[in-house]
Design a protein around this ligand. Structure first.
Ligand SMILES: [Ca+2]
Ligand SMILES: [Ca+2]
Length: 354
């Protein structure tokens, strides 16, 4: 009798896992291919070969690019090279990427940069906040940008027990930021379970030296985060749910959800077009190709523009789409005066004129 019960339980478990795996195959867009869309005058950025996961641009047109991310389960073509921050001046005729020197008491060998966010203080000092994964842990590094010297001075490392599996941040005040936790678990096997069971245990955290709290939760995998130009709304990409959440920001930093925009593609990082207020989303069209990398059939890239974000009917259009022949695994797109810069998890970076 005991054996019969055990066999029945085993059979039921296998059937359940099988059904979840079949469901997962659909959820990760296993069979999706993209139709190409390419703006004019595009070229790959020389010198960026190992990722450009996140990009943030100063109002003056200087772009910061985080490069060299090592993330469990995703490819990296230079596993022994530390990560870097590149700078590009988008006012130049042919903008080139240069590596920013880093000084201060900071272990550059362990630099594993992920999401980034610029903060400009009242005295116009520019700070770059960078999500870092030394030894696959999560910290937030604060750097001061020295424009003349083209360098970053490391000022501080922020750690907190709730700053776990951090993907992206958006800084809104001195040491005040929202951060996304993309998975609840940190163990690779448990992350896999979290994905196949479609657990919604990921959240958005508010951090300040005085208070740290979860301000929005229930996401499958909270990834890119940014704010509207007037700083009244927070935009969040739930990458695994293929959606963008529009949330209202309150004086006490709490967030309440206003609406969810379904995309049908895996939105990674989000930026706002300063000229229009539109959201730009760097997306993964097919997550299967991203996680099971095959150079013969690589993951593609897709950049969406979402207009009229706060209206009844936001309009979603495709700015860029490629099957991986040019750009693989796009994560972000950022615009400046008719130019667009697109980044990737582990591949190159593309610059186009719109
Ligand atoms: Ca970011
Ligand atoms: Ca991201």
């Amino acid at each position: 009798m005991g054996r019969l019960v055990a066999l029945t339980l085993l059979g039921a478990s296998l059937a359940f896992i099988g059904a979840r795996l079949l469901d997962l195959r659909e959820r990760i867009n296993t069979f999706r291919e993209v139709e190409p869309v390419e703006p004019q005058n595009c070229h790959l950025i020389e010198g960026i070969e190992n990722g450009s996961e996140d990009i943030d641009i100063l109002p003056s047109g200087l772009a910061f690019i985080s490069s060299g991310l090592k993330y469990p389960g995703l490819p990296n073509f230079a596993p022994d090279e530390p990560g870097k921050i590149f700078l590009m001046d988008l006012n130049e005729q042919n903008p080139r990427a240069q590596v920013l020197k880093i000084s201060g008491g900071f272990d550059k060998e362990l630099f594993n940069p992920h999401g980034i966010s610029i903060f400009i203080d009242k005295d116009h000092t520019v700070y770059l906040y960078v999500v870092n994964h030394p030894h696959m842990k999560s910290t937030v590094e604060i750097f001061k940008f020295e424009e003349q010297e083209r360098s970053l001075i490391h000022l501080k490392t922020i750690k907190h027990e709730l700053l776990v599996s951090v993907n992206d941040i958006v800084v809104l005040g001195p040491e005040q930021f929202y951060a996304t936790r993309d998975h609840y678990f940190t163990n690779f096997f448990l992350i896999f379970l979290e994905i196949i069971l479609d657990l919604h245990w990921s959240y958005v955290l508010f951090y300040s030296p005085k208070e740290v709290k979860v301000v929005a939760e229930g996401f499958a995998s909270a990834n890119g985060i940014t704010v509207s130009s007037d700083q009244k709304y927070v935009y969040l990409a739930d990458v695994a749910a293929k959606s963008i959440h529009i949330m209202e920001k309150h004086d006490n930093w709490d967030l309440t959800q206003l609406k969810v925009i379904q995309l049908g593609t895996f939105a990674d990082n989000l930026t706002v077009d300063p000229a229009t207020g539109d959201i730009l989303a760097g997306c993964h069209p097919n997550a299967m190709k991203l996680f099971f990398y095959n150079p013969e059939d690589p993951p593609g890239s897709e950049v969406l523009r979402i207009q009229h974000v706060l209206s009844e009917k936001p309009r979603v259009s495709t700015l860029y789409a490629n099957n991986g022949s040019v750009l693989q695994g796009s994560t972000v797109a950022s615009v400046y005066q008719g130019k667009i810069l697109m980044g990737t998890v582990f591949h190159k970076a593309l610059y186009c004129e719109l």
